[in-house]
Design a binder for this molecule. Structure first.
Ligand SMILES: O=C1O[C@H](COP(=O)(O)O)[C@@H](O)[C@H](O)[C@H]1O
Length: 237
């Protein structure tokens, strides 16, 4: 199956690439162009990225882009509730692979807070996120269970996080399938991004996307809440 075999709602653009490296380079170019446009328009740019393992090549390619990095604010769509020194920290991933060379001048708004409970940490992150300007570019990923950001199927706060009028910017989330409690940005904040992008690789994730398009069950496959215009999907086999 190829991504061109899927039927998307009007306004969703699917871009196919031959391999991971081409996808990473093309995505980095598109993100850099949009960040430059944002800086031209309002003198700064806000980029929100995802974690996991897939974005490393993209982060490295984006770090090579000539940009006035000091005008770029980088934040995360989600975080594992682990300190930045932990190997599974999304913030650590961004620091290690994106904020390098000239890109180290970008400001990073991390989501992690040490606290007595996950709920308390989420409230602290909520306060931190009051400093987040409107998102210019959002790069989402997707797990094999149909989660995106840390909007996990069957998590207790999922219903609240997926409400169009959810008053919270950040909610605690439990990831039943994978270790670590999570912090996630909520649907209205993510959906307000000026340029939302979704990057996925492989036949497995394409099948997940196909199911999400068919069933449109946001609780079972939270990615389906994002499968409408505007959205650009970057895929490679
Ligand atoms: O746990 C996470 O998983 C998804 C997908 O990660 P990947 O390694 O399969 O690409 C990611 O989008 C999310 O930010 C991350 O915390």
């Amino acid at each position: 199956m190829a991504i061109s075999d899927l039927e998307f709602p009007v306004g969703v653009v699917a871009r196919s690439h031959s391999d991971s490296q081409h996808l990473a380079t093309s995505l980095a170019q598109a993100v850099a162009d949009a960040l430059r446009d944002a800086i031209d328009s309002h003198d700064h740019a806000t980029l929100v990225v995802s974690g996991g393992r897939s974005p490393i090549a993209f982060f490295k390619a984006l770090a090579q882009q000539p940009l006035p990095w000091a005008k770029v604010l980088v934040s995360l769509a989600d975080e594992r509730w682990v300190p930045v020194s932990h190997a599974d920290s999304n913030e650590a991933l961004v620091r290690q692979h994106l904020l390098q060379g000239p890109a180290a001048e970008a400001r990073l708004l991390g989501l992690y807070h040490s606290a007595g409970s996950l709920e308390e940490a989420a409230r602290l992150t909520e306060q931190t996120l009051s400093d987040l300007p409107p998102i210019d570019v959002l790069v989402l990923g997707m797990g094999n269970d149909g989660h995106t950001a840390s909007l996990f199927p069957d998590s207790p706060s999922l219903h609240e996080a997926l409400q169009d009028d959810c008053p919270r910017r950040c909610l605690p989330m439990l990831a039943p399938s994978v270790p670590h409690q999570r912090l996630t940005l909520t649907l209205p904040l993510l959906k307000a991004a000026r340029l939302p992008l979704l990057a996925i690789e492989g036949q497995g994730k394409l099948s997940v996307l196909e199911q999400a398009l068919q069933h449109r069950d946001h609780k079972k496959m939270p990615i389906s809440a994002f499968l409408g215009a505007p959205l650009e999907i970057y895929w490679c086999p």
